[in-house]
Design a protein around this ligand. Structure first.
Ligand SMILES: NC(=O)c1ccc[n+]([C@@H]2O[C@H](COP(=O)([O-])OP(=O)(O)OC[C@H]3O[C@@H](n4cnc5c(N)ncnc54)[C@H](O)[C@@H]3O)[C@@H](O)[C@H]2O)c1
Length: 475
C-alpha cells in the first residue's frame, strides 16, 4: 500500500492520485490489505473502474448504489460487494440493483456478506481509491468510517453521520485522518448539491434579502418509518429488533428527530453560514398508545419545537411532528432585513424546488425577485451528489464532507437534547457531552446485550425533561 502520510514534498503530504493508486496497486501489490483485495476471484483492479461496496442494503443503500452506478458516463463503475445484517434485506437489494443495472453488478454469492463483521469483508473486496457506501443506521457510521480510512477507501455515507456528542467528536477526528490520506468523502445531505439551492445560498450570502433574522423549518406529518414501536415480539433478538426499527432508538438513529429533520436543519445553517450556538426546545409524547390501545415503547417524542440561536442573535425555529390527522407542512423559509426567501416549498428535495426570493416579508408572486428554472439533469440531487463525488475522485480534487456532516448531525442532536432534557443546550454542551449512547457498538453480536435495555414490561428508557437533565435518558 503506498505510503500516503510521509512526504518528501516540501511542507506537504504526499497525495497520491487515483491513477497513482491504481498504478502502484497493479505493479506492486505489496500491501497486505491490497493483496487480499486483488486475490479475490472475479475481478482485477488494473483499469480505471471504480469498485463499490454497499454496506447497509436497505431502502436508501439500494438507491445510493443505483445513483453511484448511474455515474457510468464519467467512467466505468461497478458494484462488487454487499453487506447487511439481515439476509433478506441484502437479497432484495441485490435483486433490485441487478435488475436496474445488470452490466454493472458483479456481486457473486461469495461477495455478499451477512453479520456484524460483514462491513469489513465487503470493504476487503475493494482497493484503495474505490468507494464504500455506508447506509446502515447512523450509529454504526464511525465504526465503518474508521475501517475505510485504514483501508484507504473513499466513502459515501448517508446522513445523519452521528447520533450524540462523543461520536460527533470522533467523526470530526476521523475526517481529519481521511484528509491526511487524501480520501474523498461524500455525505448524503444531498440538498447541498442542488445547483439552484447553491445559487440561493450565494444570493443570500451576497445580501439579496439583507441580514437573516428569522428562519423557519417544518416537518410535520403522520408517523413514518419506524417512528414508533411496540413491545418486542418473540422470534427476534433484542439487538436485531432495535436495529431493524432504528428510528425508534436514539443510539441507532438519533431518533426520528435526527433522522427526519437533519436536512432542513442543515440547509438552514448553510443559508445562515453558521452553526447555531444554542438551542431551547419543547417536546412531548401526546399519544402513548396506538388507536387500539397497544402501548408505544420507543424513545421518541411525537412533537418537537426547537428554537436555535446563532451567534449574531438570528433565530431559526424548527417544528417537527409525527401525528395522524393534523395539518401537514414540510417546508422551509427565511426572513431578512430586506426581503424573504422560500428555501424549500415542500420536502427536502424534488417537489421543494425551485427556491425563490421576494421583496419584503410576504412570499407573494407580486413581490418575486428570483425563481430559477431547474435543469432536467439537476432535478435529482441524489444523482448530483454522486456526480460531484465521482468527479472529485476521478480528477483528484479535495472533497471531504465528513466534518460538515458531523457538525450538521451535532447541531441536530443539540435541538433534540434541549427538548429531551428541558434545558438550554449550547454547542459546547453537546460537543463535550459524555453520554455516548452505544459505547460498545463495534462489538455487537446478534444475541449479545443490546445498547438499550427494556424494563420487565418491554418499555425502553424515555427522556424525562426537567428530571433527567444532564443526558437524554437514564441508561
Ligand atoms: N439522504 C436521504 O434523503 C435519506 C433517505 C432515506 C434514508 N437515509 C438514511 O440512510 C440510512 C438508512 O436508512 P434506510 O431508510 O435505508 O433504512 P433501512 O432499514 O431500509 O436500511 C438500513 C439497512 O442497514 C442494515 N444494517 C443495519 N445495521 C447494519 C450493520 N451493522 N451492518 C450492515 N448492515 C446493517 C439493515 O439491515 C438495513 O438493511 C439512515 O441513516 C437514513 O437516515 C437518507
Amino acid at each position: 500500500m503506498p505510503n500516503i502520510t510521509n512526504s518528501n514534498e516540501p511542507g506537504g503530504l504526499y497525495r497520491p492520485t487515483r491513477r497513482e493508486f491504481l498504478k502502484t496497486s497493479s505493479k506492486a501489490i505489496a500491501g497486505v490489505a491490497l493483496a487480499g483485495a486483488i486475490a479475490r476471484p472475479g475481478y482485477a483492479a488494473e483499469d480505471n473502474t471504480i469498485k463499490i461496496a454497499l454496506i447497509g442494503a436497505g431502502g436508501r443503500g439500494t438507491g445510493a448504489a443505483q445513483d453511484a452506478l448511474a455515474t457510468f458516463k464519467q467512467g466505468p463503475i461497478k458494484l462488487v460487494a454487499m453487506a447487511d445484517v439481515f439476509p433478506k434485506r441484502l437479497n432484495d437489494s441485490y435483486e433490485q440493483i441487478k435488475k436496474d443495472r445488470p452490466d454493472q453488478v458483479d456481486v457473486p454469492e461469495d461477495r455478499r456478506f451477512i453479520g456484524f463483521d460483514a462491513y469489513k469483508k465487503a470493504m476487503d473486496c475493494l482497493s484503495p481509491g474505490d468507494v464504500a457506501i455506508f447506509a446502515t443506521p447512523p450509529g454504526f457510521r464511525w465504526v465503518h468510517f474508521q475501517y475505510a480510512i485504514q483501508k484507504g477507501l473513499n466513502v459515501f455515507m448517508e446522513k445523519p453521520v452521528t447520533v450524540d456528542g462523543p461520536t460527533s467528536k470522533r467523526i470530526i477526528e476521523l475526517a481529519a485522518e481521511a484528509d491526511k490520506k487524501n480520501l474523498k468523502v461524500g455525505v448524503g445531505l444531498m440538498s447541498r448539491h442542488y445547483r439552484v439551492l447553491q445559487e440561493l445560498v450565494q444570493r443570500v450570502h451576497d445580501g439579496e434579502i439583507g441580514d437573516l433574522v428569522l428562519q423557519r423549518g417544518y416537518r410535520v406529518h403522520g408517523p413514518v418509518g419506524f417512528f414508533n414501536s411496540f413491545v418486542k415480539p418473540e422470534g427476534i433478538s433484542e439487538v436485531m429488533y432495535q436495529i431493524q426499527r432504528f428510528h425508534s432508538f436514539l443510539w441507532a438513529s438519533g431518533g426520528n428527530f435526527s433522522d427526519f429533520n437533519i436536512h432542513i436543519i442543515d440547509h438552514q445553517c448553510w443559508l445562515k453560514n453558521a452553526w447555531p450556538v444554542k438551542a431551547m426546545a419543547f417536546g412531548g409524547r401526546h399519544f402513548k398508545t396506538s388507536p387500539d390501545g397497544k402501548p408505544y415503547v420507543d424513545q421518541n417524542f411525537d412533537v418537537y419545537s426547537v428554537e436555535y440561536t446563532f451567534a449574531d442573535g438570528g433565530t431559526f425555529i424548527f417544528d417537527g411532528r409525527c401525528m395522524t390527522g393534523c395539518s401537514e407542512i414540510y417546508s422551509s423559509s427565511a426572513n431578512g432585513t430586506k426581503g424573504s426567501a422560500i428555501v424549500s416549498k415542500s420536502g427536502d428535495y424534488g417537489s421543494g424546488m425551485p427556491p425563490s426570493t421576494y421583496k419584503g416579508q410576504l412570499a407573494d408572486r407580486a413581490n418575486l425577485v428570483w425563481e430559477p428554472k431547474v435543469a432536467d439533469d439537476e432535478k435529482n440531487p441524489y444523482r448530483t451528489e454522486w456526480k460531484d463525488l465521482i468527479a472529485a475522485i476521478r480528477n483528484d480534487k479535495p472533497y471531504n464532507e465528513a466534518k460538515r456532516g458531523a457538525e450538521a448531525s451535532l447541531v441536530t442532536s443539540m435541538g433534540r437534547m434541549a427538548a429531551h432534557t428541558g434545558r438550554v443546550v449550547t454547542y459546547d454542551d453537546i460537543l463535550n457531552s459524555k453520554h455516548e449512547f452505544a459505547p460498545d457498538i463495534a462489538n455487537l453480536t446478534p444475541d449479545g446485550p443490546a445498547p438499550l435495555k427494556p424494563d420487565a414490561k418491554g418499555f425502553y428508557p424515555v427522556p424525562e425533561p426537567g428530571v433527567v437533565t444532564d443526558q437524554e435518558y437514564k441508561s
